[in-house]
Design a protein around this ligand. Structure first.
Ligand code: SF4
Length: 253
């Protein structure tokens, strides 16, 4: 199925905000989040409404004050103005700009135009499901950090395309990157082994984060099972950490 790509330098965003990164290797860092509409997957555990909206919600800088609405699709000028404003209002606080979704790479042509300008303000961090290597390749030079998923069938309900994930990681490894794998009580050791083997084949230095599924604001996997998973994976790929979705516990989006 051909991948739909927005043809102009404007994009459908559902939300823009300044918040604390709650997942992965940069947990705790303050970022400016640009949440892109649409996704090419439909994971069973997905907690994000990525459907296109008429307006993009703009949260106030410190989560205090009224929410603004900007008409979609959002153009480069209004985006740069807002990011620049936040950088001046809160100098030094933001680590980077997080491109999140949905799947941001679906709007690759827009990103190719936006990123050189945005990167003059802050480093760029891409959060991606790791399934669209052809769309990642032309953007690599504009990215500082890549957080890619390996999607396990046991959690997503979808077929895991290991070859596509491998090709994606080979590209992502040219930048600062890590792999996030969402795990649950039904995740078999065989899937963990395949993920660990794939990552270590590309590089032994790539951090692997096992992220337990959150259900009702709680980590759904027991500490004992998580430590057993870590032990299994570490026998193949040593660089493995367990990090849950911490923003949930801070009531952040
Ligand atoms: S890739 Fe992410 S945004 Fe897309 S369906 Fe899966 S969890 Fe949701």
């Amino acid at each position: 199925m051909p991948v739909p790509v927005t043809p102009k330098a404007e994009a459908n965003l559902t939300e823009m905000c300044s918040s604390i990164q709650g997942e992965g290797i940069l947990v705790g860092c303050r970022q400016i989040f640009l949440r892109f509409a649409e996704c090419n997957l439909n994971c069973r555990y997905c907690d994000t409404d990525f459907s296109k909206t008429e307006f993009c919600r703009v949260e106030p800088l410190s989560n205090a004050g009224p929410i603004e609405l900007i008409a979609n699709p959002v153009g480069q000028e209004s985006l740069l103005k807002l990011v620049d404003h936040w950088c001046r209002e809160a100098p030094g606080v933001h680590h980077s700009i997080s491109l999140t979704g949905g799947e941001p790479l679906l709007q690759q042509q827009t990103l190719a135009e936006w990123l050189p300008q945005l990167r003059k303000l802050l480093p760029i961090y891409l959060e991606t499901n790791g399934t669209l290597p052809e769309l990642l390749a032309p953007l690599l030079a504009h990215l500082d950090w890549i957080s890619m998923d390996i999607k396990l069938h046991s959690q997503t309900g979808l077929t895991t395309d290991w070859d596509v994930h491998r090709r994606f990681l080979q590209l992502a490894n040219k930048r600062n990157c890590y792999v996030k794998v969402v795990v649950g009580v039904t995740t078999p050791d065989s899937e963990l082994r395949m993920a660990a083997e794939l990552i270590t084949e590309v590089s032994k230095n790539i951090p692997l984060i096992l992220q337990p599924v959150t259900v009702g604001h709680k980590v759904s996997v027991s500490p004992q099972r998580l430590m057993a998973m870590q032990q299994r994976v570490a026998a193949i790929h040593e660089n493995v950490r367990i990090i849950p979705q911490t923003h949930v516990f801070m009531n952040l989006i």
